[in-house]
Design a protein around this ligand. Structure first.
Ligand SMILES: [Cu+2]
Length: 406
């Protein structure tokens, strides 16, 4: 990923990938889509909007989540008792954890140390230690479906679909016990906790509204009207508006989280199922289960691009933007002169000098032909190694990037 921009664009990582002749990968963060009916995960480069891999996984991919560092994707197979762990460096299943019959939704604690799995077929929520990659505990919840964990990592909300006993179960994570059961008239569908933890958003079957629950009082404080069959609703980081997918009309509906009222709707594909967002909140990804594609939505403009994926795409998870490092071009030198990063990270150079400069890599990969004062250049380094460069205008200006393996 390369970019030249003004200082105001820093950090500017959500840019289209460019094709390169060298061996350096320029891919953007990757999106992972679970295709329910063909037991695969499609991997999409969010820079080029292309499917770059298809991973066979356990039958009936259902729940999916990604670690905050973007290195692992967890996917459950609800027609199995397995949860697959995808290594995003290789895009292969690195491990399979037996979690119990019919696993549905999953959720990670904010420190990514624990993964909770709704084991629907065994009426329990399993606790997976992500370092040991094994189940270390369980709590009984009737017909658990999806799970959301509060940002403080202490409580989880679990949608419980036991007929006649529909509820949201509130689970204390440390003691592995249900501390409260919020009874519902109708079967709950998805449950999410909005960014900042101020609101729990959930949907129920047969009600055309997103329910808003105040986690402080555990009472429903609002009901946001929607079209037919809302499924997933959430408020992502760095977005002003919440988003919900409405299956009937095939829309993503934006809502105002302060007034809990609808704002606007955008057509996506058929029977939209799930939403993920880019780290900067500027792009939304919606799985269209009925039309076998992923809608990639530019939130500001409402522009939608569709990428064909597998059969019946349901869940989607997106890698965070790579962590960045910075080099300043100051007083005819690169500062720091040698910079060390981990594979997958980005470096942004900023021309903080009064004269134009440029970046030319010794290995011939594309650099910055000319950077005016204030301009930036960003490159993601995916391969370990040592990368020497110099300014093509001032050959005495040299620098080095050392990329450590992950
Ligand atoms: Cu120069």
């Amino acid at each position: 990923m390369f970019s030249i921009g003004t200082r105001r664009l820093i950090p500017c990582l959500a840019l289209p990938a460019l094709a390169l002749a060298s061996g350096v990968s320029v891919a953007g963060p990757k999106a992972y889509v679970g295709n329910f009916k063909d037991n695969t995960v499609s991997v999409i480069d969010t820079g080029s909007h292309k499917v770059i891999a298809t991973i066979p996984i356990a039958a009936g991919p259902h729940g999916m989540t990604i670690t905050p560092d973007g290195r692992r994707v967890y996917v459950t197979g609800d027609e199995s008792s397995s949860m697959n762990v995808i290594d995003t460096a290789t895009d292969k299943v690195a491990r399979t954890v037996e979690v119990g019959k019919g696993p549905h939704g999953v959720a990670l604690t904010p420190d990514a140390g624990l993964l909770l799995v709704a084991v629907n077929g065994e009426d329990q929520v399993a606790f997976v230690d992500t370092a040991k990659q094994a189940v270390i505990g369980k709590v009984s919840v009737p017909k658990p479906h999806t799970i959301a964990i509060r940002p403080d990592g202490r409580l989880a909300y679990v949608s419980s679909q036991e007929p006649e006993k529909y509820a949201l179960a509130v689970v204390d994570i440390a003691s592995r016990s249900v501390t409260r059961t919020i009874a519902l008239d109708k079967p709950p569908r998805d449950v999410e906790i909005g960014f900042g933890g101020k609101a729990v958003y959930f949907t129920v079957a047969g009600m055309n509204a997103v329910q808003v629950l105040d986690p402080a009082s555990n009472s429903i404080v609002a009901s946001i009207p929607t079209g037919a069959s809302p499924h997933y609703a959430n408020l992502f980081a760095h977005t002003a508006l919440g988003m919900a997918v409405i299956q009937g009309p095939g829309e993503i509906m934006f809502f105002d989280p302060s007034s809990n009222t609808p704002a606007r709707s955008i057509k996506v594909g058929k029977q939209p199922h799930w939403i993920a967002a880019s780290s900067d909140g500027k792009t939304a990804f919606v799985t269209d289960e009925g039309s076998n594609d992923l809608s990639i939505i530019e939130v500001a403009t409402g522009k939608v691009d569709k990428v064909a994926v597998g059969n019946a795409p349901r869940k989607v998870a997106v890698q965070p933007a790579p962590a960045g490092a910075k080099v300043s071009i100051t007083n005819f030198s690169f500062v720091p002169n040698v910079i060390e990063i981990t594979a997958g990270q980005a470096i942004t150079w900023t021309n903080d000098d009064g004269a134009p400069h440029a970046i030319a890599y010794r290995d011939g990969s594309p650099g910055a032909r000319s950077m005016m004062p204030g301009e930036t250049f960003t490159r993601v380094f995916d391969r370990p190694g040592s990368y020497d460069y110099n300014c093509s205008f001032h050959s005495f200006m040299t620098g080095r990037v050392v990329v450590r393996p992950v």
